[in-house]
Design a protein. Sequence first.
Length: 153
Amino acid sequence: MSVKNKIKNFFYLEEEDEEEVVQPSNQPLVKQQESPIKSRAKKERKFESEAPKNVVSIQAANSMKNSKVVIIEPRVYAEAQDIAEHLKNKRAIIVNLQRIDREQGVRIIDFLSGAVYALAGDIQRIGNDIFLCTPDNVEVSGEVSNYLYDDNQ
């Protein structure tokens, strides 16, 4: 057998075609039970399932250390780009629009909505003219009830 065939057989585990010579005998045929061969993939899956469940990926652990919440009160529309930069850097942002003209505030929220969408994040209203913008690595649970909005308007 050539070296090439040995390597091919080693990596591909090809079965060689060998013909068996059947010799007639007077004994009745007895079927042998074939034992199932356990594949390597099943062993690997079993090994993976035995792994401890409290393992955290290194990236997740590092991102938790660097998690920050930034509070911003923009005064002009031009600051919207700076707010989006914080989102790109995986920081959650609380945007307080109480000190800006209503029309400018709407434009900022429109800009941030597009930025949040592009980064697969989330934007939520948490108060009168106060919004929470989060990147994809931050999960927000719970809701602020709507009756608070009605009292102040």
